[in-house]
Design a binder for this molecule. Structure first.
Ligand SMILES: [Zn+2]
Length: 141
């Protein structure tokens, strides 16, 4: 089974005021790395009081939700092998994260932290071009 078939996800839950009646409603959010190596997020708010339910989804993770995922689970760290091809790594970083040359170099020197699905995707793209890379969950914030 190709490793890209593995689905990776990270989730958060919270209680938020219902947009319709103001009672505490359950909020769930999840970010998923799908089998085709695309990222997706979903949220759902369900009110037990009035039955109101709202859902949203997309590909580009909203900043506030990303903060919550990172606060809840800690950042996942991108770890590179000891003797990696820096040019190949920078090429993947620039293409995947849309970074400039200087920013990509800073990531290479200082490391990169993000949500588990984000960093796993980056690690997969690096492994595809022969760079030893792993995503280490909960390594730091
Ligand atoms: Zn309600």
């Amino acid at each position: 089974m190709p490793e890209s078939a593995r689905v990776i996800s990270v989730a958060v839950s919270d209680s938020v005021p219902c947009p319709d009646c103001g009672a505490p409603a359950e909020w769930h959010g999840v970010q998923v790395l799908l089998g085709d190596d695309s990222l997706r997020w979903d949220t759902e708010t369900v009110c037990g009081e009035c039955g109101s339910a709202t859902a949203a989804c997309g590909t580009e993770l909203p900043g506030e939700m990303r903060e919550r995922l990172l606060a809840e689970h800690g950042a996942t760290e991108l770890r590179l092998g000891s003797s990696v091809d820096r040019v190949a790594v920078m090429r993947v970083l620039r293409r995947s994260l849309g970074l400039g040359l200087g920013e990509a170099r800073a990531v290479l020197d200082r490391g990169y932290g993000g949500t588990l699905p984000e960093v796993e995707l980056l690690a997969r793209r690096l492994r595809v071009v022969g760079v030893g890379a792993v995503a280490v969950a909960g390594a730091g914030r």
